[in-house]
Design a protein around this ligand. Sequence first.
Ligand SMILES: [Zn+2]
Length: 475
Amino acid sequence: MNRASVLLAALLLPIPAPEVAEAADAVAVGVAKVDVTPTHPTLLAGYGHRVGEHKAVDAPLSARALAIGDADPVVLVAVENCGVPATVVAEVRRLAGEKGGFDPARLVVASTHTHNSPTLDGYAPLIWEGRDTPEEHGRTGAYTKWLTEKIVEVALEAVRDRSPAELSWGQGRATFGGNRRWMKDGKWVGFGFAEKAPVDHSMPALFARRDGKLVAVWANYACHCTSAGSENRVGGDWAGFAATDIEQAAPGATALITIGCGADVGPQPTGNLDLSRRHGRAIAAEVTRLAGSSLTPLKAAPDVVRKAIELPLETTHDRAHWEREAKREGFEGRHARRMLAQLDRDGRLPTVVPYPITTWRFGDDLAIVFLPGEVTVDYAVRLKRELDWTRLWVNGWSDDVPGYIPSRRVLAEGGYEPDFSQIYYGWPSRYTPAVEDLVIGTVEGLVGEGYRRTSATPEPDFLSVPESLLPSMRK
Ligand SMILES: [Zn+2]
């Protein structure tokens, strides 16, 4: 053990077996973990200016699975990847269905959005389209196929691993997320740290213990995995360090990390591997604190409610526009040429983006929402004010990453998330302001009236950066 890990162990050990408010009934729980570190050179996803394949591995990547329920289990796979697209999730479901063992419709695949992971076929196509060599393109395809099989493998292993455990959950806090949209006179001007803009500092966590020993921890935090910097190196960023720290502090446990509505939230401070470690340790320390606090028992596996909606795009440009744009250099030109190819092939460009939403409801004790894509923080702000935040957990980057999901405010302000990112993701235009009410209304319908906020619901205290934290975040 080196000095750093001794220090870490002293900080974190032991994670206490959770104290639950009353004795919980046993629920079938299984976990599994598989290494998904690329074994050959790959192009990385996440930053548009990288050139060539990765040069080194700072930390291995994993996919971890959690299965809950006896007869008809739900399965979550948390993948250390920038974005697992719907095409990969569909193939995972098809392969898992062939193998049997569980209903693949009850599987959710969530990405941690680490920007130091291999890009996948079907993810944000314009980041590499027209910039990669045929050999690099082939290796992206090979990694995509390999990862797809690994996700199936880890899901099935978690299902096979199931045995009775006690489930509980609680709401913690982590404070390193800062709103990253730098504004001037009401318009977006760049990336930075916007001190007065919304964040979601909640950190919900779920625990499973067997014979008093932790076997599974699942924690969620709403922040980009971009603290390690944009070098061409593989690693899991703060979410990866959080998972390995938790697993080190609770030997035998598997730790899943998922990301909330942190599309416009970045780690503060940011820019090197030590900061990734520091933010990961903050999550692990909060998990440790929470595990020793009074938690809410979850007495049965969740009900699953799903609804696929379509998010409307603004009316797209005509062919002449794309022909003009196609003469440009760079991402705009390549994007326009892709639009023209799509027009030639399909005769039209998409006018909506498919958006499948899943919720897991543990009776009246907890509703967990899974939203596809990079969801801006305003969605968490609305959901956690309009619903009872004390029983609510919201994940982004789930089951697909079709791009950013901007709020009405972010659409009005403009900038990277509502506008330029749509080029990376290969869409012909930005979203209409109707998307916000569509997503919020659908989620509220799925979780049901029982989760409405009441006069007894306390005011959420985690939707802005406390003044006292600002000095440490500015560094
Ligand atoms: Zn992002």
